[in-house]
Ligand binder design. Structure first.
Ligand code: CO
Length: 267
């Protein structure tokens, strides 16, 4: 049995977001010093960018092929995504394909993304809520910006987090950037106007503080969330820190990874 860990991140070309990826990679290496740890990006667009600047990063199939050629027999494929959306489901398919194909792995276990499903949602929601409340100060509302997904079974988690926050503290909200208009910024602008919110505390619910944070959350153009809110007279304070920069969230990913490693050793 020759084991390897493959971390699958969406990827980012932004230095600051890459620091999040480096940080979690380091934590994994520290925790499992005897197991080789590799990194792959699931985003084709980001991989293209990285290649152009001479810092090519493998896709998941490329990284799995390399591990096979090195004689690895057992792999933990750990998702570094936030919700089980399109990318995560693609990892499940790849795990299936690489176990069933000729000369494939003996076993590939996929580690859950941060939100592992409805059953364990509370743990993530509590941790994210605590991050929002910690810095809220005298802001009237806390607004997280999630990515959003077209995938039905991924999109439900943003709404579920929003409902959880609202039950615990009605000043905390979860919105999404794209694909799910009903949870987009327009909805929150209307709500904040009704609630007479004057100051909002804005945080990303994204792995790293990369492109979407810099451009879509706080960008210096009229369509960023901050500009849209400010145009309505709502003052904003933004936190430029991704999920991968909070130990309490990284610990949840590491717990999923640990479960997957324990499943591997069961066979
Ligand atoms: Co995106």
């Amino acid at each position: 049995m020759k084991t390897a860990i493959l971390l699958a991140a969406f990827g980012s070309r932004h230095q600051k977001a890459r620091e999040s990826i480096d940080r979690i990679t380091q934590r994994v290496c520290q925790e499992y010093p005897d197991i080789p740890v590799r990194l792959a990006y699931t985003s084709k667009i980001i991989r293209g960018h990285m290649e152009k600047v001479g810092e090519a990063v493998d896709s998941v199939p490329e990284a799995l092929d390399k591990l096979l050629s090195e004689g690895v027999t057992h792999v933990v494929l750990q998702s570094l995504h936030l919700v089980p959306g399109k990318e995560f489901h693609e990892l499940l398919n790849l795990a299936n394909d690489y176990m069933l194909k000729d000369n494939g792995f003996n076993r590939v276990e996929v580690g859950f993304p941060l939100v592992a499903g409805e059953v364990s949602l509370k743990k993530v929601a509590d941790a994210v809520l605590s991050i929002g409340l910690e810095g809220r100060g005298d802001h009237d509302a806390v607004l997280f910006m999630g990515h959003g997904t077209r995938q039905l079974d991924g999109s439900v988690y943003y709404e579920a987090l929003h409902r959880f926050f609202q039950e615990k503290d009605p000043t905390v909200h979860m919105g999404v950037m794209e694909h799910q208009e009903e949870a987009g910024i327009e909805t929150f602008i209307q709500r904040f106007k009704e609630l007479n919110v004057k100051k909002a505390y804005l945080l990303p619910f994204l792995f790293g503080a990369g492109w979407h944070v810099v451009k879509d959350m706080v960008g210096d153009h009229e369509n960023s969330w901050q500009s849209r809110l400010e145009a309505e007279g709502i003052e904003c304070e933004a936190v430029l820190k991704g999920a991968g920069e909070y130990d309490r969230l990284v610990n949840i990913w590491l717990a999923h990874l640990n479960d997957a490693i324990r499943r591997l050793s069961r066979c």
